[in-house]
Write a protein that binds this ligand. Structure first.
Ligand code: ZN
Ligand code: ZN
Length: 187
């Protein structure tokens, strides 16, 4: 047979996780050399040629054959910041550097050495600290700019967990009105 993988290519394909049947299916489809994978183009097409081929194996094979690393779903264009982040990803407030996975509230930024998160005051118990939530009472911090509003809402009897929710749901006009009450309460 003229169109066959070389022994080396077969061994590499096996090392990437392809079974003998998979290699046979490829040859049947006309893929019989590393160059043929260029025509196949991507892992998705490869998986269509080999029934039951594992996606991860297809990606590894294509990476080897074409030298192109499969693009990650989270970074579809391959450049720039990832737009979809899990909620617990922390960016330094000073230099915007993304903090490592094992980052804990209060850690210093790896890039600039400053406290990566701002220290916020709790509208509920008046203690302060980094992070999204008060370590003392568990209240969700509000931005410093709206701390006085949150304190007022607390004084007016809103439950702890309702305060940040209420602030997020307020319009600018409603906040203006609330600021008016804050000023009068300072009277
Ligand atoms: Zn930083
Ligand atoms: Zn608190």
């Amino acid at each position: 047979m003229a169109n066959e993988f070389t022994t080396l290519e077969r061994n590499i394909l096996k090392a990437k996780g392809l079974a003998d049947e998979g290699i046979a299916a490829l040859q049947e489809a006309g893929v019989a050399s590393r160059a043929d994978f260029q025509t196949v183009g991507d892992a998705e097409t490869l998986a269509q040629l080999v029934p039951g081929l594992d996606e991860a194996v297809a990606a590894k094979v294509m990476e080897w054959a074409t030298g192109v690393v499969a693009r990650k779903a989270a970074d579809p264009v391959g450049t720039g910041p990832v737009l979809v982040d899990s909620a617990d990803v922390v960016y330094c407030v000073h230099c915007r550097t993304k903090q490592p996975k094992d980052y804990k509230s209060g850690d210093l930024c790896l890039a600039c050495g400053k406290q990566a998160e701002p220290i916020l005051s709790c509208y509920w118990c008046s203690s302060s600290g980094p992070g999204k939530f008060c370590r003392t009472c568990g209240a969700e911090f509000v931005s410093t700019a709206e701390l006085d509003l949150a304190v007022l809402l607390r004084r007016e009897g809103l439950p702890k967990e309702e305060v940040p929710r209420k602030l997020k749901g307020m319009t600018a006009a409603e906040k203006d009105d609330l600021w008016g009450r804050v000023r009068r309460s300072r009277g």
